[in-house]
Write a protein that binds this ligand. Structure first.
Ligand SMILES: Cc1cc2nc3c(=O)[nH]c(=O)nc-3n(C[C@H](O)[C@H](O)[C@H](O)COP(=O)(O)OP(=O)(O)OC[C@H]3O[C@@H](n4cnc5c(N)ncnc54)[C@H](O)[C@@H]3O)c2cc1C
Length: 425
């Protein structure tokens, strides 16, 4: 039965408690027809299309009902939730073993996010007492297997074939899904990169399982052995922990830079398992045409060792000039707070934070950024944090390794000048 929700007209007093409780603003109050003969003037109406069936409105209305002396009022909202799994019949979960990670290869290079996935996999596999396996797909990718083993994998499945030279969702999904069905992994983690996001959801559908996208925290419940995957929901206003109880593997994409990298132990023992690939089996409706790298010299914040970020304190698009000058002389990238992005002073790809990118540079310089929790969520694992702010009470001034109480328009140009002098410009 599909999800459904409705309001019993006779019990609704139009008190608006449900409107306030709804996180997705799908409840409105409408005027009642005076001919109804009900003394309450307003009636709650729920937009079922927008509703996420979170139960918040039901709870608040039922709580009022419990407190009210009028037993015929409140308890006005009835919700029915879908009961059957939409992913397929229940399976024997005990047959599924091992923590798997996907090792992304981009233009022939291993993407370092694999080391973060491996450190996370070590933690999860430690609680489960299971092995860690990595999956490599591409052309001439077998050469990366030992590096992955050195960083903590016990096995590496290698799908090495010319048909995988360029990433095509359909091919990668069919090959990976076949391997999942044959080997039955228990948990599977992929990077929440552009490629990972695009292909993980298809993979989950093909493997008839569920997936948590963009997880920022993952743990195993030692009792149930289930993966608890936590991710920001409702635009970051609350953190949701998601479980996939009945299907396997339990899958998640993991935000790059959210976890430390695993340690390298050169010469570590592990198994490389070549997986035969027969491209004639694959159904393909799309084909790779060409790769065009993004134009411009701007460094990507997620890979930068140094980030100089500006916030509302820069005052406008032109205020980013000193920030860019400092980033340039330090060989770093330019970051921004959401306030600066929302104001249209800089593009979204520079945004650091909960709804932007998570970064972990060696040096993060924040100028004119107060340090609200949503910004900190994206950068507080940086090695050294320098905060330049006029207000000594700004939250980031308290957290920073080095806090500089100054006007950024005086301090940053002076610093650039000094660095230029030292570099002999
Ligand atoms: C669901 C949700 C998600 C969000 N996601 C993000 C996110 O991903 N990233 C993010 O950044 N925010 C995010 N936010 C917004 C966040 O709550 C803050 O509003 C935002 O980070 C504030 O940006 P700011 O620090 O630049 O601005 P402000 O808080 O206004 O701070 C400006 C700072 O500049 C200082 N200043 C002013 N002039 C100067 C000067 N001349 N020299 C030095 N200092 C100066 C001021 O003292 C002040 O501390 C999110 C909010 C919500 C509700």
């Amino acid at each position: 039965m599909p999800n459904s929700i409705f309001v019993t007209k006779e019990r609704c007093t139009g008190c608006t408690a449900c409107v306030k409780a709804c996180p997705v603003s799908c409840i409105t109050m409408v005027d009642r027809d005076p001919n109804e003969g009900v003394k309450w003037r307003k009636l709650a109406v729920i937009d079922e299309v927008k509703c996420v069936f979170c139960n918040a409105c039901v709870e608040v209305c039922d709580n009022l009902g419990a407190k009210s002396a009028h037993k015929d009022l409140f308890n006005a909202i009835t919700m029915t939730k879908e009961t059957a799994t939409s992913t397929g019949p229940a399976i024997d979960t005990s047959l599924y073993k091992g923590v798997w990670v996907y090792a992304e290869v981009r233009h022939g290079k291993l993407v370092p996010t694999i080391y973060e996935l491996l450190s996370l996999a070590q933690k999860l596999a430690g609680t489960l007492g299971e092995d860690i396996s990595a999956v490599l797909i591409g052309k001439d990718v077998a050469r990366h297997a030992q590096d992955i083993i050195d960083h903590g994998a016990d096995k590496v499945y290698v799908l090495d074939h010319p048909c995988f030279e360029n990433f095509v969702d359909e091919l990668y999904t069919q090959a990976f899904a076949d391997l999942i069905l044959k080997e039955k992994p228990n948990k599977l983690l992929l990077p929440a990169s552009t490629l990972g996001r695009s292909f993980a959801s298809r993979l989950a559908i093909s493997a008839k399982t569920g997936i948590t996208a963009d997880a920022t925290e993952l743990t195993i419940d030692p009792k149930t052995r289930l993966l608890h995957a936590t991710r920001p929901s409702f635009g970051g206003n609350l953190m949701a922990t998601i479980l996939c109880e009945k299907q396997r593997p339990e899958m998640a994409t993991v935000r790059p830079m959210s976890f430390p990298r695993s340690e390298k132990k050169p010469g570590r023992q592990g198994k490389t398992i070549p997986v035969p690939v027969d491209p004639s089996k694959f159904k393909q409706r799309t084909r790779f045409v060409k790769y065009e790298p993004e134009q411009g010299e701007e460094q990507d914040i997620s890979a930068a060792d140094v980030i100089v970020a500006g916030g509302r304190g820069v005052g406008g698009a032109a205020g980013f000039k000193p920030i860019e000058a400092l980033a340039k002389i330090l060989g770093g990238a330019v970051g921004a707070s959401r306030a600066a992005v929302d104001a249209g002073w800089i593009t979204y790809r520079h945004q650091v934070g909960l709804t932007g990118r998570t970064v972990r540079p060696k040096l993060y310089i924040a100028a004119g950024i107060s340090g609200q929790i949503q910004h900190l969520a994206g950068m507080n694992s940086s090695d050294v944090i320098v905060c330049v702010n006029k207000d000594p009470e700004a939250p980031l001034m308290k957290l920073a390794t080095l806090s500089i109480e100054a006007d950024l328009f005086e301090f940053i140009p002076a610093l650039v000048k000094e660095l230029e002098k030292r570099k002999g410009h």
